[in-house]
Design a binder for this molecule. Structure first.
Ligand SMILES: Nc1ncnc2c1ncn2[C@@H]1O[C@H](COP(=O)(O)OP(=O)(O)OP(=O)(O)O)[C@@H](O)[C@H]1O
Ligand SMILES: [Mg+2]
Length: 509
């Protein structure tokens, strides 16, 4: 007798263990609920079983209507036999469903099923909180007994862990999907912001740049971008990267002019731990750009030693970290920019000719703003819109007279200076239409195309002098490529005197 009940217990435990293993390997909540219902039906030798989960916010119990269906049944958690198990935490064993006051006859009515007897137990998580109920319907022979109560309670205690794991995984998956969606949206935004759409200009010079960027979109050739300061070299470099097959890999920009000689190598190539006391290992910019694009800004400022090392990386596609023993292979596409005349630097011996030809596979030249004055109205309105969008205030516009003034002004700082001026005007504007009155006295300076002072008889002498000063300063700065020392000497001013005047007339350095 003892042996047979022991072997019966043994079988039950083995069955529960088997069910638990199956439950723990199911990660999808819907499939898990189906699995539990199926296993409980077999285990208790009954007709049906279901799990009801408690929705605490709405105080409702919900369950899948039938195995394999996605239809959800919901009802008030205070009612029904499952509800009573949740409410009291005790098993509820009902041998005759229709005579029990808590029995929901409506559910049978909806599903067309005839419930005879019901057994429900609460499902508790590891913290002891009730998270739902496990319910079995219609014992095949007779009614549910105390052993069925024990068996269902044992299943319910294991079910809780599997349910919570599946819920957590479901939540993580939903979060992950949401993040992937957000990430895809952000990428689309970045790509459209930095693609050729961001390069404003309808005239031939800008359109030629746009067409060139689009023509090389599928190739990974190195590109040299030249042009004065503020003409959009970095903007174009980003457009080249973000329209290329590498758009979703890194774009690493390195300003070579800002690198002291002592740091060039470790910044570019990285450094191994322990090269000097306290030195931690660091990945260099070239390695960070592996698989993506390295933008070497102000490349003319690299020392000859650093140029030689970069050339080696471009030729052999390997680098060595400072203090490193083994070469690391890298695959970088190089875009380089400079406002200097590299051919003149080669003649002077400060730039390597072989590196020049490596990086100048394609050459993009950005025109100074004085050569593309026709774009000024478009650019000014574009920056004003950008300001309004970012500041989030009411829309603003420029008066036509102001736009004409901007179009003839000297812009030694090129598009960047124009953008700064637009931002300043927009920030200081008191009305939605920004007019000439919003300009600081006399600024910005008229450029070459403006009529001479004598042709404007209604101007005050003070204003005419201011305009002449501005024009001379702007032109001298342009002629000396923004060399303030040289410009000041040519104008017969001290450097500080020149800087003061530039500030007064909003001429950006
Ligand atoms: N054609 C253009 N369309 C829209 N924005 C432009 C254009 N050209 C330049 N800009 C804007 O002008 C500013 C300066 O451009 P960028 O930084 O690319 O110039 P740069 O040539 O790299 O200057 P620097 O030599 O000083 O580094 C940026 O805000 C850029 O977005
Ligand atoms: Mg730049």
């Amino acid at each position: 007798m003892a042996t047979s009940s022991q072997s019966g217990l043994h079988e039950k435990l083995a069955a529960i263990l088997g069910i638990c293993q199956k439950m723990n390997s199911e990660r999808d909540l819907g499939a898990l609920l189906d699995l539990m219902a199926r296993e409980a039906t077999n285990f208790l030798d009954c007709d049906r079983a279901s799990i009801f989960l408690l929705d605490r916010e709405r105080n409702e119990l919900w369950s899948k209507v039938a195995l394999g269906s996605d239809e959800i049944l919901r009802f008030d958690a205070r009612f029904g036999i499952a509800g009573q198990a949740v409410l009291t935490g005790n098993p509820v064993n009902v041998p005759d469903a229709y005579s029990h006051p808590q029995f929901y006859t409506a559910i049978d009515g909806r599903t067309g099923y005839r419930t005879r007897n019901v057994l429900a137990v609460a499902v508790r998580n590891q913290k002891g909180q009730i998270i739902g109920a496990f319910e079995a319907l219609n014992k095949r022979i007779g009614a549910f007994g105390p052993r069925d109560e024990e068996a269902l309670a044992a299943l319910a205690s294991h079910a809780a862990i599997a349910i919570e794991t599946a819920q957590l995984i479901g939540e993580l998956r939903r979060n992950q999907d949401e993040l992937a969606q957000q990430n895809a949206n952000l990428w689309r935004e970045v790509e459209s912001k930095y693609s050729t759409h961001g390069i404003i200009g309808t005239g031939p010079k800008i359109q030629q740049v746009v067409r060139l960027v689009e023509r090389i979109r599928d190739s990974l050739v190195n590109v040299l971008i030249t042009g004065e300061s503020g003409t959009g070299k970095e903007l174009v470099a980003k457009a080249v990267h973000y329209t290329s097959p590498r758009a979703r890999r890194s774009f690493v920009a390195l300003n070579c002019a800002a690198l002291p000689d002592t740091l060039v190598e470790s910044e570019l190539f990285g450094i191994e731990k322990g090269v000097a006391t306290g030195v931690q290992s660091r990945v260099g910019h070239i390695e960070k750009a592996d698989g993506g694009t390295l933008f070497l800004d102000e490349i003319a400022d690299l020392s000859l030693a650093a140029q030689a090392k970069i050339l080696r990386v471009l030729q052999e596609r390997v680098l060595e970290r400072v203090g490193g023993r083994s070469p690391i292979s890298v695959d970088v596409r190089v875009l380089a920019a400079t406002n200097k005349d590299l051919e003149a630097e080669i003649v002077k011996g400060t730039f390597r000719e072989d590196l020049y030809y490596r990086i100048k596979v394609v050459h993009i030249h950005m025109p100074p703003l004085r050569e593309i004055r026709g774009e000024i109205p478009l650019l000014a309105n574009h920056f004003l819109k950008e300001y309004c969008r970012e500041a989030g205030g009411q829309p603003m516009e420029f008066s036509p007279a102001l736009v004409r003034r901007l179009a003839v002004a000297a812009w030694p700082g090129n598009v960047r200076q124009l953008r700064n001026e637009v931002m300043r005007l927009a920030a200081c504007a008191r009305q939605p239409v920004i007019t000439e009155d919003d300009l600081p006295e006399g600024a910005p300076a008229p450029g070459r195309e403006s009529p001479p002072a004598t042709a404007a008889p209604r101007q005050s002498l003070k204003r005419a002098v201011a305009e002449l000063e501005m024009r001379m300063i702007a032109e001298t700065l342009a002629a000396t490529r923004n060399n303030q020392q040289q410009a000041a000497r040519l104008l017969g001013l001290s450097r500080q005197g020149l800087i003061n005047k530039m500030k007064r007339y909003s001429i950006v350095e």
